[in-house]
Write a protein that binds this ligand. Structure first.
Ligand code: TRP
Length: 328
């Protein structure tokens, strides 16, 4: 079975965009691949040197992933800082990573611009740590968004370079894994663009019915179509996109008909949409609540995940030591 690795930075709660755009596909993938999903808490120190409650943030993500259906019996789910082996690989890769190429990385330049008082070496070597995360398990597929493409290129470069320097065929070249049709682009409800935490338009899986309904009812609309079968402006298209995901085909057709004959009332559409999002996410929300309250269980999952990840990591590190020449 091919190995898949993906890291998630522990920056807050999962929203509908994360769920339909990635996590739901991860849940399917765990049956088809040897999957390792980890929470990149060390990475977060590059931007947040004094995190508020690093264990709690990691456990929040852990609870939400489990609630979405990641099965710790099928996939390995672990917290990065529980698997120190990655640091050794990070060190070796850093010995063959060059200042120029690290400085040229777009994400580095962006972050350096954003936090000019904290342009630290961790930020510079973020791509090396990410490559180490992936190569640690000799993963071949990495499901990530387009924004990670450059980091993925670096990972491939570091992999090739290691093999070349030591004259081995040890690390594979990890490929970005497009989730294809399994990943849906979830629009925001503020008129244009996608749903995102930083966009401030996110509907979170943990939002209760009242919060969620309020967010949907505030969605941007317009005065409505004046001519039959007119093209939908983006804000309306976005509402229909969501409706297509969470509602039944009948409901979708019903409102589409109303739009096309100009009798649509957006208030009704939003009410239905809110109710259907509530229904679609309620079981997940309940599981998040239950899991978050069960600290013991979360700890157990994290410990078991770390054990599995360390086993896989150990195999790689032992080989790497031999390849470089450290003896046993
Ligand atoms: N850089 C990724 C992000 O910002 C997170 C990440 C860290 C990652 N290590 C990884 C993703 C390894 C995939 C594989 O989202």
């Amino acid at each position: 079975m091919e190995t898949v690795v993906s890291g998630i930075r522990p920056t807050g709660n999962l929203h509908l965009g994360n769920y339909y755009g990635a996590v739901r596909a991860f849940v399917q993938m765990q049956h088809e691949y040897n999957c390792l999903f980890f929470i990149a808490d060390w990475h977060s120190l590059t931007t947040h040197p004094k995190p508020d409650n690093i264990v709690k943030s990691a456990h929040t993500i852990l609870a939400e992933y489990l609630a979405c259906g990641i099965d710790p019996e099928k996939a390995t789910i672990y917290i990065q800082s529980d698997v120190p082996e990655v640091l050794e690989l990070y060190l070796y890769l850093n010995m063959n990573a060059y200042l120029g190429e690290l400085e040229r990385t777009t994400t580095f330049k962006e972050k350096a611009r954003k936090q000019p008082d904290n342009v630290n070496a961790g930020l510079l070597t973020y791509p090396t740590l990410m490559a180490a995360d992936i190569l640690l398990h000799r993963a071949v597929k990495v499901p990530v968004g387009k924004d990670q493409e450059q980091n993925m290129e670096m990972a491939r470069k570091f992999s090739r370079r290691f093999n070349n320097i030591y004259g081995v065929e040890f690390f594979p070249e990890p490929q970005s894994f497009s989730l294809g049709e399994r990943a849906l682009k979830i629009p925001g409800l503020d008129g244009s663009g996608k749903m995102g935490k930083s966009e401030g338009n996110a509907i979170y899986l943990i939002d209760d019915e009242k919060t969620l309904t309020k967010k949907v009812m505030r969605a941007v609309t317009d005065a409505g179509p004046t001519e039959p079968n007119s093209k939908m402006p983006e804000p309306i298209q976005n509402l229909f996109t969501l409706l297509g995901i969470v509602s039944t085909p009948d409901t979708y057709e019903y409102f589409l008909g109303k739009y096309n004959d100009c009798s649509i009332r957006y208030g009704d559409l939003k009410k239905q949409l809110a109710a259907d999002i509530v229904a679609a996410t309620a079981p997940i929300r309940r599981r998040i609540m239950d899991l978050s309250a069960d600290e013991e269980y979360l700890k157990k999952v994290a410990v078991r995940g770390a054990e599995k990840a360390r086993e896989s990591a150990r195999t790689t590190i032992d080989e790497v030591r031999k390849i470089i020449g450290f003896g046993k």
